[in-house]
Design a protein around this ligand. Structure first.
Ligand code: PG9
Length: 629
């Protein structure tokens, strides 16, 4: 017999075998210890959002724990190993032990435009207003979702919490704007807050070009199935060969994606970035829902956001019962992983488990259960690295940036100001043809797949960089007493360039003793405690870039990420200064051009960089030194 396809084009020569596959795979009702409902929840504009609801068997009067994500509600609730609810909750956002032990109804929803949800997708969709002419945003979508859940999930007690990491931390923050009355608690973890100042897209104007793949996949299709490709094993080569990020985008067709076009149009901190910064939005009025902000000390993606929101909203929490903070020794999202180690850095105990047991668990229980018997958490719970202890604190920061750690002539550093007559500066040549790798090559792409070490890179040994001729290094004597810091160090760099634009990377480093008992790898280790990059063209205004006068010493003052650390006796404190951090950040051509995305090969020029440490032109880091400790 000859089978002909409907189009009549393909002829099948033999009859098909009866297929072994059922038309739909159904899980027998008694096989799981939860019930799974997948529903499309209608929003106020008629768009329906795909929502997975997992109700533990026998649940009655249970709190609901919601996450809103662009990362696939199905994938985050996929039964991977067994039918136990714990194994169904996989990946980002699922602090599985806390969710299961708390008996919560777990709800995960695709944001509009992604995976099973209807509607248009916009990266970190801004709030209704000049950047969003529609009547819907993440605040209204959360409101409508919660409204539906409390009316349609009979097993619930009508109390809803929202939790999420990173993007889903951002959606957790968005829930706090005109919140639904049933929203009783929020836990934004490592939230994306300000894409220009210090989270995913730029840091102080320097573009994080390794995230181009994220834009390609996230903005390309609903299900992230148009995949970015790497043409070289080493990302360093891929970005070098392309020249500018703009050129690589053109090569790959990235301009098809609307968010990339917005990035290209807004390289400076203009109203596009200012108006969607979540700290500004949330700081405008008091937060009315108890909120636990979670920050990671070695967060390779959103190290800025949680602390910025805390600074913005804490002052309006006059009763002290709405805004809480946890700071842990984790990589991005590490609070839900095993947390006894980040990269080579070991803490001797599972810090994440401690956090979940003593902070996250009780915090959620207090607000999501009908009888809030759970212990109150401290206003601030912070892990002090170096000493490796948890602290319960009344407020944050512990100290203002007060003590000046000066860079000295001859590669020294110390808390004494430079002396008259000391050499005025150190210099190095920054060559855009040989930018400083941000970690040892070959450089892997950004990602969390098995074998990728991206999440840990902030803990990489900086020894290799300290040996380069294009990195200036300043080190204290061996400490005889501990130096404890708790807050944001502020870099005050007095520097000149022979070019007309320049990047400045400042790294505050703990240098371990030559030998470390029981941890041979840590002998002489150079561990970054706080480090960031600043694009020199923004030194006068973040909104309006300006060329740097060649050869003129200028002051570059910028905050480094939060640290809570003890530099122990026997250690030394080091500061490294360099002018590239490649390929995570795009290269500064060192010639001023209107947009670095459009820099031409001839714009990339070597420059002689001087770091001043003279009596009247001192460079220093203002350290938030904790007095008396
Ligand atoms: N850091 C990721 C992200 C957040 C927001 C926008 C783009 C990327 C994340 O981990 O979700």
């Amino acid at each position: 017999c000859l089978l002909v396809s409907p189009a009549g084009l393909m002829a099948q020569k033999y009859p098909a075998m009866p297929s072994e596959m059922p038309s739909e795979v159904k899980i027998p009702a008694d096989a799981a210890d939860y019930t799974r409902r997948v529903v499309m929840i209608p929003m106020r504009d008629g768009v329906k959002l795909n929502t997975v609801i997992l109700v533990p068997k026998g649940a009655k009067g249970a709190g609901i724990l919601l996450t809103r994500t662009p990362y696939s509600a199905v994938a985050l609730t996929t039964n991977s190993l067994s039918s136990h609810l714990g194994s169904s909750l996989y990946g980002y956002d699922n602090a599985t032990d806390v969710i299961v032990d708390g008996g919560y109804i777990r709800v995960v929803q695709d944001v509009r435009g992604k995976y099973g949800s209807e509607g248009d997708y916009v990266m970190n969709r801004p709030f209704k207003g000049p950047l969003n002419p529609t009547p819907v945003d993440h605040a209204t979508d959360t409101y409508d979702t919660i409204d539906w859940l409390v009316k349609h999930v009979p097993e619930s007690n009508g109390r809803v919490g929202i939790i999420g990491i990173s993007y889903d931390g951002f959606t957790s923050l968005a829930a706090l704007v005109h919140p639904h009355p049933a929203l009783k608690v929020a836990v934004p973890m490592n939230p994306m807050v300000d894409g220009w100042k210090g989270d995913d897209w730029f840091h102080n104007g320097a573009f994080r070009q390794q995230n181009m793949s994220y834009i390609y996949e996230q903005d390309g299709t609903r299900a992230n199935d148009a995949r970015w490709w790497t043409s070289t094993f080493d990302d360093y080569d891929m970005f070098m060969r392309a020249g500018s990020a703009g050129a690589l985008g053109r090569e790959r067709g990235l301009e098809q994606m609307g968010f990339w076009r917005k990035i290209l149009a807004h390289p400076a901190y203009d109203s596009f970035w200012q108006e969607q910064a979540m700290d500004r939005i949330l700081g405008a009025q008091p937060v009315t829902v108890p909120t636990l902000l979670v920050s990671s000390l070695w967060d390779a993606e959103d190290i800025y956001g949680a602390m910025a929101v805390y600074r913005a909203i804490k002052p309006k929490d006059t009763a002290g019962d709405k805004v809480f903070l946890a700071i842990g020794p984790w990589h991005h999202g590490g609070s839900i992983d095993e947390g006894s180690q980040v990269g080579n850095l070991k803490f001797g105990a599972d810090s994440s488990y401690y956090f979940r047991q003593h902070v996250l668990g009780p915090f959620l229980a207090r607000y999501l259960k009908d009888e809030p018997t759970a212990a109150k958490i401290a206003p601030v719970t912070a892990f002090e690295s170096g000493a490796n202890v948890w602290q319960e604190l009344p407020s944050w920061p512990v100290a203002a940036p007060s003590a000046k750690l000066y860079l000295h002539a001859g590669g020294g550093a110390g808390f004494e100001a430079p002396k008259a007559g000391d050499a005025a500066f150190d210099e190095y040549v920054s060559d855009p043809a040989k930018p400083v790798p941000f970690r040892a090559r070959p450089i892997q792409p950004v990602g969390y797949d098995h074998g990728l070490t991206w999440p840990d890179w902030l803990t990489d040994d900086q020894r290799e960089a300290s040996g380069r001729t294009d990195v200036a290094v300043f080190t204290t004597d061996v400490l005889t007493a501990p130096v404890t810091i708790g807050g944001e160090p502020i870099a005050n760099l007095v520097a000149s360039t022979s070019g007309t634009d320049s990047d400045w990377v400042v790294k505050l480093i703990d240098v371990y003793p030559d030998e470390v008992a029981g941890q041979p790898k840590m002998g002489g280790y150079q561990l970054m405690i706080a480090a960031d990059i600043f694009r020199g063209r923004y030194r006068e205004s973040l909104e309006k870039p300006a060329a740097i006068p060649a050869g003129k010493a200028e002051t570059y003052r910028f905050a480094l990420p939060t640290a809570n650390h003890v530099f122990l006796p026997g250690h030394r404190i080091m500061v490294q200064v360099q002018s590239s951090w490649f390929p995570l950040y795009d290269r500064n051509p060192q010639t001023f051009v209107p947009s670095i995305f459009e820099a031409k090969p001839g714009d990339y020029q070597k420059a002689t960089q001087r770091i001043f440490h003279a009596a009247g032109e001192a460079s220093f880091i203002e350290m938030p030194v904790v007095a008396g400790r």
